[in-house]
Design a protein around this ligand. Structure first.
Ligand SMILES: *[C@@H]1O[C@H](CO)[C@@H](O)[C@H](O)[C@H]1NC(C)=O
Ligand SMILES: *[C@@H]1O[C@H](CO)[C@@H](O)[C@H](O)[C@H]1NC(C)=O
Ligand SMILES: *[C@@H]1O[C@H](CO)[C@@H](O)[C@H](O)[C@H]1NC(C)=O
Ligand SMILES: *[C@@H]1O[C@H](CO)[C@@H](O)[C@H](O)[C@H]1NC(C)=O
Ligand SMILES: *[C@@H]1O[C@H](CO)[C@@H](O)[C@H](O)[C@H]1NC(C)=O
Length: 222
């Protein structure tokens, strides 16, 4: 649960920093104004009908407006969906997005935003009350297409790390200069020293600049 909260805050942070590119992705409010309920609460919900007219792509969000007596389970596993069975689901293909414990007496509103992270069939249902609400119409299937692909903000950070040595792949190997026994003090030495001190100076400048920028940032914050 904590991981999920961490992930959510992490993604919203990233979303904020990439907000310029988010416009291309869509947010769909599940059931529109009816929200996300079973047929004993709202007799006229038909989520499959709601979903069938729409094209969903990677990076879109489904927004579920519901209460804490209903949950949002997202699964890629047809068996889990078919059986309305969150309790026996496998961890790696099923996520429950709402964290509140179901309450029969004290209900309060809840809005759950679920990102579409995987192409192909995605299934949604309420996992509360042993699948009772799912059996009562609270379920639907969508097919997610590639679209523009996932925005950086939703990519798994571990997928983004460059492959080891990826940057070196095309670079030419360092030329090996054999040591000259007859002339150990080769002419390059002075040049190397110079460029060394130059780049040191550059680094120093860089650090100074960064320090100034940091200071400016701190001053700006107050
Ligand atoms: C879509 O929903 C997500 C999650 O709530 C939010 O961060 C994002 O800003 C929304 N995007 C749009 C275009 O409304
Ligand atoms: C969904 O995609 C199909 C085929 O690409 C297109 O014909 C249809 O108009 C789209 N529907 C919506 C609601 O965008
Ligand atoms: C789907 O979930 C069921 C439990 O509901 C599990 O037994 C099965 O192995 C899962 N299928 C895959 C492909 O992981
Ligand atoms: C999920 O885990 C099961 C074993 O518990 C494994 O057979 C299956 O390949 C895994 N699926 C994915 C998508 O990693
Ligand atoms: C909570 O959900 C259960 C199962 O759908 C239902 O029987 C009960 O009446 C609901 N409680 C409230 C307060 O809506």
């Amino acid at each position: 649960m904590e991981q999920r909260v961490l992930f959510l805050s992490f993604s919203s942070l990233l979303l904020l920093s990439f907000s310029g590119s988010v416009d291309a992705y869509k947010n769909y409010t599940v059931g529109d104004s009816l929200g996300w309920y079973d047929t004993t609460v709202k007799s006229n919900v038909d989520y499959q009908k709601w979903a069938d007219g729409k094209n969903f792509s990677l990076g879109d969000f489904l927004i579920f407006n519901t209460d804490n007596n209903h949950s949002v389970v997202q699964t890629y596993n047809f068996t889990t969906y078919k059986l309305c069975d969150y309790d026996n689901s496998v961890d790696n293909d099923t996520v429950e997005w709402s964290s509140a414990n179901p309450s029969n007496t004290l209900t309060q509103g809840a809005t759950v935003a679920v990102p579409l992270l995987k192409e192909g069939p995605n299934y949604f249902f309420s996992g509360d009350y042993d699948g009772e609400q799912c059996d009562n119409g609270q379920h639907f299937k969508i097919t997610v297409s590639h679209g523009k692909g996932l925005p950086d903000s939703l990519k798994d950070p571990s997928d983004q790390a460059p492959a080891p040595n990826a940057a070196d792949y095309d670079s030419t190997p360092d030329t090996v200069v054999p040591f000259d026994f007859n002339n150990p003090h080769d002419q390059d030495t002075d040049v190397k020293k110079d460029s060394g001190s130059l780049s040191l100076y550059g680094k120093f400048l860089d650090m100074k600049l960064n320090g100034i920028l940091l200071l400016l940032g701190i001053v700006y914050m107050f």
